[in-house]
Write a protein that binds this ligand. Structure first.
Ligand SMILES: Nc1ncnc2c1ncn2[C@@H]1O[C@H](COP(=O)(O)OP(=O)(O)O)[C@@H](O)[C@H]1O
Ligand SMILES: [Mg+2]
Length: 417
């Protein structure tokens, strides 16, 4: 029997493990946690860090692995490519490329060299270097190799920049920090699959974020599809995917980028040659009938995925992230009937009862996420209104701690052609 070593027991990897089994693989899950969500589905669980490349290499050797795979976590992909290269196993791109695409210093430099539009920036390890840079404020300051907007801040002036630099540096594993000019405009995530010269755009979502509270913490509280951008901008998103693929020598791989749309033009913030995290693979299965998990396995094995069943997104989709204030969760209420009542398509929890929330970080204050869809603006708005009137998150004293203000009530949706 063939053996697949899966790095990370995340929610999307439940589906990955099940599909690998269907394809005849024995599955060995590596996750340092004792009870990751995907553990019950795997044939074997080894408690080890997915980021420790030598440890994973040892596990892959010991199990005679045929593939070492991860679909949605940057750093785990790096380890997969490292181990695969050492053992001569199939993998979607080289270890060197994996490093290029997971370090913003390398990523931004290669984008600039290849004429991919991305905001002006500097890569620094000391704050002094920022003082002499000629960047136009506001600027975004971020760790080179983090994710989920951890340590990412918008600085309006050099004084804010100093504190933001220290924060970003604290999150940066390689000690490098990126400072780049802020770009104004709607933000999108464009998800595609690169196959030869074809970008196969599956879905373009618009990300709705706020700079929350006194500390202006970036919280993305919803994603909409279709994005409210011009047809020309959509074409440019497809071209951008292809440009990235060419510059980074990517082929036969999922690829998504985040960018800011200015008129018809796109300025790339970052990209990743993998599936999106969280429930994005489930959302795209629902909205476009494209299976990114299956496609990821194909990408690893060097097969071409099946594009024949997927279709353009033909309804309105809103992915709603539900946030809470700082505290300890006592109860999450009202969600259990929503699916049955046809108000939501998908729901997934980040944390449960007794878990702590910390409003000073987006990742630490999200409680759950739910996907609402509609045939038109009126319908989707009514559904979102009904959903938010029924749900609540209570603290241990029974007080409401949900952030109902972070919702799409006042947004105008694009219309479906
Ligand atoms: N140059 C920029 N202009 C405008 N907004 C930006 C810029 N860079 C980052 N952002 C905002 O910050 C968020 C997080 O930045 P990103 O570079 O994607 O970091 P991460 O890797 O943590 O996701 C983005 O989703 C976007 O909302
Ligand atoms: Mg990002």
């Amino acid at each position: 029997m063939k053996t697949a070593v899966v790095l990370g027991g995340t929610v999307p990897h439940i589906d990955l493990i099940c599909q690998l089994k269907e394809r005849g693989f024995k599955t060995v899950l590596v996750d340092y946690g004792a009870n990751p969500p995907a553990k019950p589905y795997a044939d074997e669980h080894i408690m080890e860090s997915t980021l420790d490349k030598e440890a994973v290499l040892g596990i892959a050797k010991a199990h005679n692995a045929d593939i070492v795979i991860s679909t949605s976590v940057d750093q785990a992909n790096v380890v997969c490519c490292y181990v695969a290269e050492k053992l001569g196993l199939p993998h979607p791109y080289s270890y060197e490329t994996a490093l290029d695409v997971t370090d913003k210093v390398r990523m931004k430099a290669i984008m600039h060299q290849n004429g991919i539009e991305t905001s002006r920036h500097i890569s620094i390890s000391e704050f002094e270097e920022l003082k002499s840079a000629d960047l136009r404020f506001p600027i975004m300051i971020k760790p080179a190799d983090s994710n989920s907007a951890k340590g990412v801040k918008k600085a309006e002036n050099i004084y804010e920049a100093e504190a933001d630099f220290e924060l970003a540096k604290g999150y940066s594993r390689n000690g490098m920090v990126i400072a780049e000019e802020f770009v104004e405009g709607p933000e999108i995530s464009a998800y595609g699959y690169i196959c030869g010269n074809e970008p196969h755009v599956i879905m373009i979502q618009e990300r709705i974020s706020t700079y929350d509270g006194a500390d202006k913490v970036i919280k993305c509280y919803a994603s909409l599809a279709p994005a409210r951008i011009s047809e020309k901008a959509k074409e440019n998103a497809a071209k951008t995917l292809m440009q990235i693929a060419k510059a980074f020598k990517l082929d036969n791989t999922p690829l998504f980028f985040q960018g800011i749309v200015r008129g018809d033009d796109i300025s790339v913030i970052e990209f990743a040659p993998r599936t999106g995290g969280g429930i994005s693979t489930q959302t795209m299965k629902k909205a476009a009938n494209f299976d990114f998990i299956s496609a990821s396995i194909d990408s690893w094995l060097g097969n071409q995925p099946d594009f024949t069943k997927s279709h353009p997104v033909s309804r309105l989709y809103a992915v709603n992230q539900v946030y809470a204030d700082t505290g300890v969760i006592g109860a999450i209420c009202g969600w259990d009937e929503l699916e049955k009542d046809g108000l939501i398509d998908i729901i997934s929890f980040y944390r449960g009862v007794h878990a702590k929330t910390d409003a000073s970080s987006a990742g630490s204050s999200r409680v759950f996420v739910m996907v609402v869809s509609g045939d038109n603006e009126k319908q989707i708005k009514e559904k979102i209104g009904a959903v938010f009137s029924r749900i609540d998150v209570l603290d241990e004293n029974g007080r409401s701690m949900i952030r109902k203000d972070l919702n799409l009530a006042d947004i105008e949706f694009a219309s479906i052609e």
